[in-house]
Design a binder for this molecule. Structure first.
Ligand code: SF4
Ligand code: SF4
Length: 233
């Protein structure tokens, strides 16, 4: 399978990926209501009144419900998974719900063969419709890696580097941000490399072959696409 189709996460990486998913998207009440009893036991549950942000949670061993917020419940779930990771099979079930993709417990790649979770990202047949929405709306400013920066340096792409804001420490570039109006500290309103295609309603990236890693990796999964309004199919 191509690398993008299947992803292996060690147990701690899987828990971290769950935390990252929770942090990335705002309200996921329906998901939390499924995950909560998987983490805290079948006798537990969460509920809320329509239109009210307060969430009520039944916790094991307590008769009274506690009032909480989604963010607090997410934190409790992550804390519990870190403190007491479930067996890989059970964690795979949780991952399948959180990532919205098939996930199975198994050993990782050789030579380590560590226990963990295989997640099918289901992206092999994803088709980008070139709607350009991700390039216009997603926050990628901090997504430029030092590797991207070095690649553009190696290629002598000063045209790209002109739009990269860099942070230096002791003469070394330690961080970079995209896309910054040349000669300023201000972000460009739109990506300078996004151009209209000759085909109607389609866009192309003028630096497609050397675009930043964050652009290459988007969307990372069907859920990522769905949750961020990607127009791909
Ligand atoms: S660099 Fe290319 S892929 Fe990345 S946001 Fe700009 S146009 Fe889109
Ligand atoms: S939002 Fe999705 S379909 Fe539209 S250009 Fe970006 S990746 Fe392609």
């Amino acid at each position: 399978m191509p690398e993008k189709e299947r992803l292996f996460l060690k147990i701690d990486e899987a828990v971290e990926a769950i935390r990252a998913d929770f942090a990335q998207y705002d309200s996921q009440f329906n998901l939390l209501s499924v995950i909560w009893p998987m983490v805290f036991g079948d006798e537990t549950y969460i509920m809320r009144n329509a239109g009210n942000p307060t969430v009520w949670a039944k916790i094991s061993g307590r008769t009274k419900l506690i009032s909480s917020s989604e963010d607090d419940l997410k934190q409790r779930i992550v804390d519990q998974l870190k403190r007491l990771p479930p067996d890989p099979q059970h964690l795979a079930g949780i991952c399948a719900h959180v990532f919205g993709a098939p996930a199975t417990a198994g050993s990782g790649p050789e030579p380590d063969l560590l226990p963990g979770i295989w997640v099918d990202t289901d992206m092999a047949d994803f088709v980008c419709t070139q709607c350009g929405r991700c390039c216009r709306t997603l926050n990628y400013h901090d997504g430029c890696s030092l590797r991207d920066y070095q690649r553009w340096l190696d290629l002598g792409r000063t045209d790209i580097l002109d739009w990269v804001g860099i942070i230096k420490q002791d003469g070394q570039v330690t961080a970079c941000r995209i896309w910054v109006l040349p000669g300023t500290n201000d972000f460009a309103e739109t990506c300078p490399w996004l151009t209209m295609s000759p085909d109607p309603n389609r866009y192309v990236c003028a630096i497609h072959d050397v675009r930043p890693t964050i652009c290459r990796q988007y969307p990372g999964s069907r859920k990522h696409a769905r949750m961020t309004g990607c127009g791909g199919v």
